[in-house]
Write a protein that binds this ligand. Structure first.
Ligand code: PAF
Length: 277
């Protein structure tokens, strides 16, 4: 596995090794876990030459402490990437990615104003900016993102409509108790970690029961189930059309997702489930 720190080195390596290959790209912010490894596995199955990036993108953090505390585990990350068959890793500094002052701002047709967009203002501007820049640098044929970040995946699919990159969403990988894998899980205090299964358990309950009660009652019930232990604070529970992310207030014969954001102490967790697929 080749490790490079600049886009110039990256492009040189890509020209040498991957000229005629399908390039699969897995952008990450490091602190890798089995969820990221499964993205690499999907990439290995669907592309010839696998590029990953590790870059904690400052522009997508709307909270300076969150950026400061974001876990950094570079040695482990490199081990995981190599074990799973990654060919080339790009670990740039901020200047290498943001050398070009061009704005990558695009109108996201409202996809960025709900849920995460409402509670983390500017977050998706940062995500869109960095993903556009990374696509511009790596020029992948296919890129792989986790379904755990459901709204991010929708937004990236939307921006990629005008780009020559196929976006592949990969299923959420979960801990044995159901907690969605996330780099932030390693920041959870033990007493929160022990109870955090309740988030996915509530989503599973919602999937089984959603047609029996109103949308509003379902949201309230999910919140009650998550907060019952007195440990967690729910930031939002939302039921949205899967393609537009528009909130619904009555059941529809359309694909819908139930999405939640929950504070476990200082750590913010998100998860979602597809309801009527
Ligand atoms: O999902 C993430 O880890 C990040 O948002 C991404 C896509 C790597 C952009 O920084």
């Amino acid at each position: 596995m080749i490790v490079v720190k600049t886009r110039a080195e990256l492009q040189e390596r890509l020209n040498e090794a991957a000229a005629k290959s399908v390039i699969g790209f897995v952008p990450t912010m490091g602190a890798l876990h089995s969820g990221h490894c499964s993205l690499i596995d999907f990439a290995v199955e669907n592309a010839d030459y696998i590029v990953a990036s590790i870059f904690v993108n400052p522009t997508q953090f709307n909270d300076a402490n969150d950026l400061k505390n974001y876990p950094r585990t570079i040695e482990n990350d490199l081990k995981y990437l190599e074990q799973h068959g990654c060919d080339l890793v790009y670990i740039p500094d901020v200047e290498d990615v943001y050398h070009d002052k061009r704005s990558f701002f695009v109108d996201l047709n409202g996809l960025d104003t709900v849920m995460e967009g409402e509670f983390r203002p500017g977050h998706f501007d940062g995500v869109v900016d960095v993903v556009s820049r990374l696509f511009d640098i790596v020029k992948p044929d296919k890129a792989f993102f986790g379904e755990k970040d459901f709204q991010q995946l929708s937004i990236i699919k939307y921006i990629a409509e005008s780009l020559d990159v196929e976006i592949i969403g990969c299923p959420t990988v979960r801990e044995s108790d159901g907690l969605a894998m996330s780099s932030r899980n390693m920041l959870l205090e033990e007493n929160y970690r022990k109870q955090a299964f309740v988030i996915y358990k509530s989503l599973i309950w919602a999937k089984k029961n959603y047609r029996k009660i109103t949308v509003n009652d379902l949201k309230k019930e999910i919140e009650n189930r998550i907060t019952k232990s007195g440990k967690f604070i729910v930031e939002y529970v939302n039921i949205v059309e899967s393609d537009t992310l528009v909130s619904i207030d009555e059941w529809k014969d359309k694909n819908i997702n139930c999405c939640v954001a929950v504070y476990a102490g200082k750590v913010r967790l998100i998860d979602n489930i597809k309801l009527n697929y």
